[in-house]
Structures are given as C-alpha cells and as structure tokens.
Design a protein around this ligand. Structure first.
Ligand SMILES: Nc1nc2c(ncn2[C@@H]2O[C@H](COP(=O)(O)OP(=O)(O)OP(=O)(O)O)[C@@H](O)[C@H]2O)c(=O)[nH]1
Ligand SMILES: [Mg+2]
Length: 298
C-alpha cells in the first residue's frame, strides 16, 4: 500500500467527521456569523484546539471577505491553504547519523511497538540498528522488545529487570561504537510526571548519552496516542520540564477522529510530528508529511 493511501486510510475517521459536518453546515445557508461559530465548533470537535480553531476561522473570515468563497469546496480549499501556510514555517527534522533516538512517553502509548516499526524502517534504508531495552521497570518489557528484535532481526542490548536504565544505555552506546551502529533506538519505561524517580531516570539517561556519545546526533522523541486528543498536549508539557523534546511520534492515528491534534501540537509547541503510527503491524509507520496530511484532512 502506498504512503498516500495509508495516511488517507488512517485519517478516514477524522476526514469523514470534518467533511460531513462542513458539508452539512454549508448546505443550509450563508457564510454568516453563525456559520463561522459552527465551523469553529466543528474544528474543535476534531481536536484542533480551541484557540487554534478560532485563529483558523478568523483567517478564513478575512479571506472570504476578500475573495468570493461560497461553496463547501471553496471553504475546504481555503482551509487547506491556511493550514499549509501555518505549517510552512515549521522546522523539519533531518535525521543524521550516527543517531541515538530515545523514545519517551506515558504508559501504553505505543513506545515499544514504535521501536519495532522504526527498526524495520531504518533497516529498509540499509542502516545498522541496535535496540536498547531501557524499560527495566515493567516486568517483561525487555521480552516484548526482544520479540521485536527477533521479528526485525535486530541486535538488542538488555539487562535484568530492575537494573539501572542508564547502565543499559551505557552498554548500548559501547556496543554501538564497537559495531559501528548507525541508529541506536532506546526504549524507556512508560511514566507519568508524578513519578519523580522515573522522570529523574530520564535525565540520567540523557546525561549518559551526552557524556558517552557526544559525537552522535541525539533525538528525544515523545510518543503520543492520537486517540487521547487534547490530553496529549499536557503530556508534552509534563516531559518538557525534564528533557528536551525534539519531535513527536503520533500513534494510533488509525481508528480516531482526533487527527486534528497534529495541528494543535504545531501551533502550541512548534514541535514537528516526525512519524505517525497507523496500525499495530511492523509496517504501520509513516514518515509524516504535513502537506499530505492536510490534503487528506478534508
Ligand atoms: N491501532 C494501533 N495500535 C497501536 C499503534 N501503536 C501501538 N499500538 C498498540 O498499543 C498497545 C501498547 O503498545 P506498546 O508498544 O506496548 O506501548 P508502550 O508505550 O511501550 O507501553 P508501556 O511500555 O507499558 O508504557 C499495543 O497493543 C500496540 O499494539 C498504532 O499506531 N495503531
Ligand atoms: Mg513499552
């Protein structure tokens, strides 16, 4: 399945919800104040965020005054244009090697699964990959990662349950240097910001990477579950206080009408969504493309 088709499928619910409501709204009447109020509500219902939805509708109102905008198609095209302009300023992430990618996030968002998918993704690009089982907290976490390592035929560095996560990372780095690994993918335990010891552990991992592998290109990617909608934004806040976040991986974009959260993330945090998860399988990961996303949104 091509990239376009997959993102298109993953956004099916978001698109259907938006298009159906916008069409219904435009089928009865003018572009008056009521129309703009309702359109704002529709955008908010797809988790684009209150302030962002209002800004978008204000821009649309301005444009509508200048140009002739009447049909549902005109409105959708203008919305696309507004969103594309908005994203044009966003700095894209260009991965450089050797890369050390630490995957962080709250419990159950899809961190370990994403590492399995990323492993395949980088191997497809002929990159040498090593996995680091940095979730030493949850029972069977490293077994779960080992299964992905087997499935994708990838090297894995792990310690016993309860070991110091930063020590596993240290070993991972030594191994990566010895073997000339291009990409080191570090799994971490799911954590809430209230778990201070686990949050401090992330800082420690960060420190070990900076100290032991300064020549590597370091990326901290936070995994967010798209189905949690606006809640995902609070998670960025919670982690931001402890480590620098370089980008977002948005999982479970399949099966949710909350795809608009991508827009809220850009607007509020200026953080790029780098990859999206569109299913549970090893191939269900796509590099994120904003233009394609917007084209598929309405
Ligand atoms: N539909 C769908 N399910 C996903 C996706 N990514 C992960 N999942 C599912 O989400 C569940 C949790 O995935 P994990 O990878 O174990 O999540 P985690 O963040 O590592 O969880 P903890 O280590 O417990 O914090 C699993 O059932 C995955 O199959 C996705 O893109 N789409
Ligand atoms: Mg996990």
């Amino acid at each position: 399945m091509g990239l376009f088709k997959k993102i298109g499928n993953a956004l099916k619910k978001t698109r259907e919800a938006l298009a159906r409501k916008i069409d219904a709204l435009l089928s009865h009447g003018e572009l008056d104040d009521d129309f703009y109020d309702e359109l704002t509500d529709i955008l908010i219902s797809c988790d684009i965020g209150v302030r962002t939805s209002m800004d978008i509708v204000d821009s649309l109102r301005l444009e509508a005054r200048k140009n002739k905008i009447r049909t549902a198609e005109d409105v959708k095209n203008e919305l696309k244009k507004i969103l594309k302009d908005e994203f044009a300023a966003l700095q894209e992430i260009k991965l450089e090697y050797p890369a050390i990618i630490t995957i962080i996030g709250v419990n159950g968002v899809g961190k370990t699964t994403t590492i399995g998918k990323l492993s395949k993704y980088f191997k497809n690009q002929k990159r040498e990959v090593t996995l680091v089982a940095g979730d030493t907290f949850r029972a069977a976490a490293s077994d779960q990662l080992s299964q992905w390592a087997d499935r994708t035929k990838t090297r894995i560095i792990k310690h016993a349950e309860g070991a110091d996560a930063a020590a596993v990372v240290y070993d991972g780095i030594s191994s990566a240097k010895a073997k000339g690994t291009d990409v080191l993918l570090v799994d971490t335990a799911g954590r809430l910001h209230t778990k201070t010891n686990l949050m401090e552990e992330l800082k420690k991992i960060d420190k070990v990477i900076n100290r032991e592998y300064p020549e590597a290109h370091k990326y901290n990617f936070i995994v967010l579950d798209a189905t949690t909608g606006q809640n995902a934004l609070n998670q960025i806040n919670a982690f931001n206080g402890f480590v620098h976040i370089d980008g977002i991986i948005l999982t479970k974009l399949d099966g949710t009408a909350k795809g608009g959260v991508v827009i809220a993330i850009e607007k509020d945090y200026h953080l790029p969504v780098v990859f999206v998860g569109v299913g549970e399988g090893v191939d269900d990961l796509e590099m994120f493309d904003y233009n394609e996303f917007i084209d598929n949104l309405f």
